[in-house]
Ligand binder design. Sequence first.
Ligand code: UDP
Ligand code: MG
Length: 215
Amino acid sequence: MGSVVDAANKEVNGTSSAKKPTVIFVLAGGPGSGKGTQCAYIVEHFGYTHLSAGDLLRAEIKSGSENGTMIQNMIKEGKIVPSEVTIKLLQKAIQENGNDKFLIDGFPRNEENRAAFEKVTEIEPKFVLFFDCPEEEMERRLLGRNQGREDDNIETIRKRFKVFLESSLPVIQYYEAKGKVRKIHAAKPIDDVFQEVKAVFSPEAEKVAGQWHLY
Ligand code: UDP
Ligand code: MG
């Protein structure tokens, strides 16, 4: 605070010297892509804080908030909760956390989510990590996992995949046009998938360390 860099930031940004956090969006075609597992690895290896939009929404239902019933019904139907609600929860989680780099998992799910997030937070993601997994493989994994979630059943899964194609794919395409999508082939064993994920994150880790080396 009060440094030359802060002063320069203030000059450039016009208003605030607060540095914006680094954000990476983590998306997939549906549940069972393995993105939750891979996010845990990224946290461990690269020091990001994991924020799952779905987990924040489920916590909101549990807390007995006035929006709880509405959120619960939308999740059961695989529908997308209004941006306002999700963004408020994400913003709060970011502000309450001391870290400056976040994996935002399962968001934005449609163009409206995306545009509203960028407008409200003035944060653009550094890149979008997209777990590409065939629908049959996701279904196979999911029906084996049964986490006791209300949306872990074949009807909701198929509805969600439809919502993905109609609403979420345009978000991927938007970022693809900006060269920001990092696609991961997710229909492989966990460790193999993490090798791919690591390759996406590693140049950054090296930069943080302040030196480059071959390995
Ligand atoms: N959801 C939403 N907006 C979000 C994230 C999640 O409306 O930004 C809702 C949506 O109904 C979705 C459900 O929460 O189908 C579960 O999402 P989550 O990302 O937790 O599923 P996962 O892929 O992790 O199983
Ligand atoms: Mg999840």
